[in-house]
Design a binder for this molecule. Sequence first.
Ligand code: GAR
Length: 222
Amino acid sequence: MSVAPAPVVILISGRGSNLKAIVDEVRAGRLPAEIRLVISNNPGAEGLRIAQAAGIRTRVIDHREFSERDEFDRALMEAIDQEQPKLVVLAGFMRILGDAFIRHYAGRLMNIHPSLLPAFKGLNTHSRALAAGVSEHGTSVHLVTSDLDGGPVIAQARVRVQPDDSPTTLSARVLEQEHRIYPLAIRWFIEKRLTLLDGQILLDGQRRPEQGFSTDNNTVCP
Ligand code: GAR
């Protein structure tokens, strides 16, 4: 499907590997997005360098310069709205956003989380998954609602947990899947293939198919 590139703003806090995966897909012509601005709350975020190297404008809005969270959120909103984005993408953005912010971007605020939601909301998902002894783990892209890590899921990818996995090895395999499904979910959004029905996301009017493992690559497509 060929659609006009949609203006997008991306928020990061650190490494920026998901940002890079999105930038790479845009540059390869597979994702019709125009990344107008990358904002980081952390001046030292490596992702800022990734954006700059790709010729994308960056801004730092350091949360430590605001005494109230609402003020920080308002500064973010002001910077984002100047770009008139169709979609705001949280790519490893590690600040909790307030209700007013989330309401303002309702239906156009996306996040990626390193677990098979609703399992393992919050932090340290890989070590918690290992401690819980689960046989599969993964990642979820979802729309953001005021329910932390609880908004409707757009795409998920699973990986099998191996007996000798550490949080490092497990997170590396999950991250590979993050880099695959986040650009895909953004593309679906821009192509207007997603709809929300009774709190669930439909793709092309259908519920996401049940997922099973393929034997060769240990993962499954959304
Ligand atoms: C990713 O694993 C992402 O899923 C996670 O932070 C990492 C950022 O990596 N996000 C969350 O935990 C949000 N709750 P990156 O900066 O290399 O994209």
